[in-house]
Design a protein around this ligand. Structure first.
Ligand SMILES: *Cc1c(COP(=O)(O)O)cnc(C)c1O
Length: 457
């Protein structure tokens, strides 16, 4: 088979400022070994996140010019609404400024003290917003999800018997919703099968519990279903996407992912009473229900972006990028979560640095090393992100894995950028014994990875 090419040409370019390893060492120390505290100008290849970092298409930029900035009832809102109705089948479409705003509203109206919210895996902001209402966020992934080497095709799946046990233990009345995150970001960008979503739906029906999708990467998930699930290859991504949403009572979406925009979010609900309350909270803190804290031009960019992301040439290229990186890293001996995720590659930091225990943050040590060696910015997803204490002061349970995520901005980097990144990671792996543990100097209680200060041991 021939190389799968980037299905676009480049019309605008941004220069990358070259740096030396010595320069980067100084910059890293000044940023207290936290890559979130770096200046973007000091980064060569920025794989910190795929969130809001993508390149927009010419049609999206055309939409930006068309943006109707009327306060209420702007034509841009109606284009956004029509596009989202077309893709998701939901009638009520609320815009928000990003995914966590949708989450905050959702949890405020549905969760609360004493309640339990199970999910295949809660994303960091999802967990934080859930816990902020006093509810408990519980992960019930299939056991294969915790084995980096398992090549289960749908490692994002929920463990159905475990989910049922959690529901029974909490009492169905105390479970306000079950969340299915597609794809499972914290567990390796792994997809959830349609069969699994249907099984969660059936269980939710039995206990009269709403099913909510955290649908940030709904299109990548649908592509994996088309590729991997028996009988699905003949279906279009669009029809698979529609079935995924049809199975849900609600969804939160960060449009900064598969919405293909730099800012934006969506909250979808079917129940008229919940839509009413969500709209009231939206007006209270985000903005009027036809703009949700965004400019009209942002709504236009989303209207177009949600249509572009289900194009199958795009998805083939998108998922191939991650697969290509996975092949190169595995060949160099670097253990990653197999198979490759949709939007990112996750390095198994415990395997990378067996000499650094979880308490000394092997993931953060690899993140620091990648920046120093190659100017590559990555993100720890392990004991830094998920450690620390709960709001009541008790320690959080240890995460199942110590990971470093290399997330790929959409339509931004070319194959040679990825080649360079793979070479730098292999170089660091060869000298991994020189990596040292990391300790926390200063950290806030919630979402500490964003602002914590570290030092090398
Ligand atoms: C990014 C993300 C969110 C939060 O969205 P923001 O736009 O960053 O607020 C929630 N869930 C998942 C799975 C995500 O990847």
């Amino acid at each position: 088979m021939k190389t799968i090419i980037e299905p676009f040409r480049i019309k605008v370019v941004e220069p990358i400022r070259m740096t030396t390893e010595a320069e980067r060492d100084g910059v890293l120390r000044a940023a207290h070994f936290n890559t979130f505290l770096l200046r973007a100008d000091d980064v060569l290849i920025d794989l910190l996140t795929d969130s809001g970092t993508g390149a927009m298409s010419a049609e999206q930029w055309a939409g930006v010019m068309r943006g109707d900035e009327s306060y209420a009832g702007a034509s841009s809102f109606f284009r956004f609404q029509a596009s989202l109705r077309d893709i998701t089948g939901f009638e009520h479409i609320l815009p928000t400024h990003q995914g966590r705003a949708s989450e905050r509203i959702l949890f405020q109206i549905m969760a609360g003290p004493g309640r339990v919210v199970p999910a295949n895996a809660h994303f960091d902001t999802t967990r934080a917003n859930c816990e902020a209402t006093g509810a408990r966020a519980v992960n019930v992934p299939i056991p294969e999800a915790a084995d980096p080497r398992s090549r289960h095709p749908f490692k994002g799946n929920i463990d159905i018997p475990h989910l049922e046990a959690v529901i029974q233990e909490a009492g169905p009345a105390n479970v306000p919703m079950v969340i299915v995150t597609v794809t499972n970001n914290t567990g390796g960008g792994q997809p959830v099968s349609l069969e699994n979503i249907r099984a969660v739906r059936a269980l939710c029906d039995r206990y009269k519990i709403p099913l909510v999708l955290d649908a940030c990467r709904f299109a990548e998930n649908a592509w994996f279903i088309k590729q991997r699930e028996p009988g699905m290859s003949v279906r279009s991504v669009r029809s698979i996407v529609r079935e995924m949403f049809d199975l849900a009572d609600g969804a939160t979406i960060s449009a900064k992912k598969d919405g293909m925009v730099n800012i934006g979010g969506v909250l979808l609900l079917r129940d008229a009473g919940l839509v009413q309350r969500a709209g009231e909270l939206l007006i209270l803190t985000e903005g009027y229900i036809t703009y949700g804290g965004l400019a009209g031009r942002d709504l236009e960019a989303m209207a177009q972006g949600f249509q572009e992301v289900v194009q199958e040439d795009y998805l083939a290229y998108r998922v191939r990028t991650a697969e290509y990186m996975a092949e190169r890293l595995l060949k160099a001996g670097v253990q990653i979560i197999e198979p490759a995720g949709g939007h990112a590659i996750y390095i198994d930091a415990a395997h990378f640095c067996p000499h650094i225990p979880p308490a000394h943050f092997p993931g953060q040590a690899v993140v620091a090393g990648l920046y120093r060696t190659g100017g590559i910015r990555a993100c720890e997803i392990g004991s830094v992100m998920f450690g620390g204490t709960l709001p009541d002061g008790t320690p959080r349970p240890a995460p199942a894995m110590e990971l470093v995520r290399l997330a790929f901005p959409r339509r931004v980097y070319t194959q040679s950028h990825f080649d360079y990144a793979a070479e730098s990671i292999a170089e660091l792996f060869a000298k991994r014994a020189t990596l040292r543990g990391i300790k926390i100097i200063e950290a806030p209680q919630a979402l500490r990875h964003f602002t914590a200060k570290f030092a090398e041991m």
